[in-house]
Design a protein around this ligand. Structure first.
Ligand code: SF4
Length: 373
């Protein structure tokens, strides 16, 4: 899409967006107030059009303008026995409680040997704050994983898990990450960021590391050469100001390190949680989160719709709102399924490609770090 192809008549309906439109057209950075103005506007199509324009306009290679990425990946959740008490979490259990589960190292290794396809491009390992899983456990697990799946990228351990492993193992964050990297860790997922606003965290996850600490762990990881993703969880009592401030904090760190590959807006699922579903984001809220993330985060190349959370149909719609990645086949995910998502199931490559193609885009299989497969 060239600059003059931005359909002016759509924007003309909303004079409150005219200054933002000029900035987007000339690739200038949006301010906090711009972000708030975007959330306050009801012109969803204009916001989506701007976001899609920004997605294309920022590409270094225009040949990729219709690319939508997906990955052949396999999730492994090792345990749901967690010391955390996040109110939005349907996954955590106490030891001995019904549905509590726990993989020993031997069981995890057996799982990797027997259940994960050798053709998976990524094994995605996130679990819980479980005192049995210290640095030595993960060092051994990663080393075994490397041997069993030599061609599979290991994306594992949120910043929250890294901070916990560091605490229970007596190593600082840098030492912990370096040891894990030496053992085979390839990159970090973006989970655990939730929303950085301290007042919201105090309400829904007071024991979790602060947003500031999450950013510090990511900065150390990036400085060690580990790329990562970043997430933002909504529907837990945050305001649009909180969302913009969250994006700005991620943007600021990205200016320093360049280590974020992808930004992923996430939406709370309420079944089996302590958060009332009156907080539930609507379809318009979700599409705005995608589009405004794309517009504000001018220094992160990829924006993902996590289709096991949104459902593949909304993920498909988001492709006109700045999104260029709909995650992947996702074998064996438990965390979202336990919160009631009906979409947390594995899908075949053909199904993903069908939805992308029907949106007028080009499906492109990638590895974790966005090399084309
Ligand atoms: S969100 Fe993570 S840290 Fe919080 S209770 Fe659930 S598993 Fe534990």
């Amino acid at each position: 899409m060239k600059m003059q192809e931005l359909p002016e008549k759509i924007i003309d309906k909303s004079p409150e967006l005219s200054e933002i439109r000029e900035k987007v057209l000339s690739n200038r950075r949006l301010t906090r107030q711009d972000g708030i103005d975007l959330y306050n506007s009801n012109d969803l199509l204009a916001i989506g059009t701007l976001a899609d324009f920004a997605r294309v306009n920022r590409l270094k290679n225009p040949a990729k303008k219709d690319y939508v990425y997906w990955i052949n990946n396999h999730h492994l959740n090792l345990s749901n026995i967690c010391e955390g008490k996040c109110k939005f979490c349907a996954y955590r259990r106490k030891e001995g409680q019904e549905e509590a589960f726990y993989y020993t190292l031997d069981k995890a290794v057996e799982y990797l040997e027997t259940q994960v396809s050798k053709t998976a491009r990524e094994i995605h390992i996130v679990s819980a704050l479980n005192p049995s899983y210290d640095l030595e456990f993960y060092r051994q697990l990663l080393q075994q994983c490397r041997k069993i799946l030599p061609d599979t990228h290991i994306q594992a351990l949120t910043a929250v898990e890294i901070a916990y492993i560091s605490k229970i193992s007596g190593f600082d964050i840098k030492q912990t990450l370096q040891e894990l990297k030496n053992a085979g860790l390839g990159s970090l997922p973006g989970g655990g960021a939730e929303i950085f606003a301290e007042n919201v965290r105090q309400q829904v996850c007071p024991e979790k590391i602060s947003g500031q600490r999450w950013l510090e762990v990511m900065e150390i990881a990036h400085n060690l050469g580990l790329k990562s993703n970043a997430t933002m969880l909504t529907g837990i009592g945050e305001t649009c100001y909180d969302k913009i401030d969250h994006m700005l904090a991620v943007r600021e760190l990205q200016d320093k390190t360049g280590g974020f590959m992808t930004f992923i807006p996430l939406f709370c699922h309420y079944e089996n949680t302590e958060i009332p579903d009156s907080n539930q984001p609507t379809g318009v809220d979700m599409l705005k989160d995608y589009a405004i993330s794309r517009l504000m985060l001018d220094n992160i190349e990829h924006l993902k719709a996590f289709r096991i959370q949104t459902g593949i149909k909304l993920a498909q719609t988001s492709l006109s709102f700045g999104v260029n990645d709909i995650d992947g086949t996702v074998m064996e995910e438990k965390i979202t399924r336990m919160a009631g998502s009906k979409d947390a199931y594995a899908v075949k490559k053909e199904e993903i490609e069908h939805f992308i193609t029907k949106a007028g885009k080009v499906p492109v299989e990638r590895d974790t770090v966005y090399n084309l497969v």
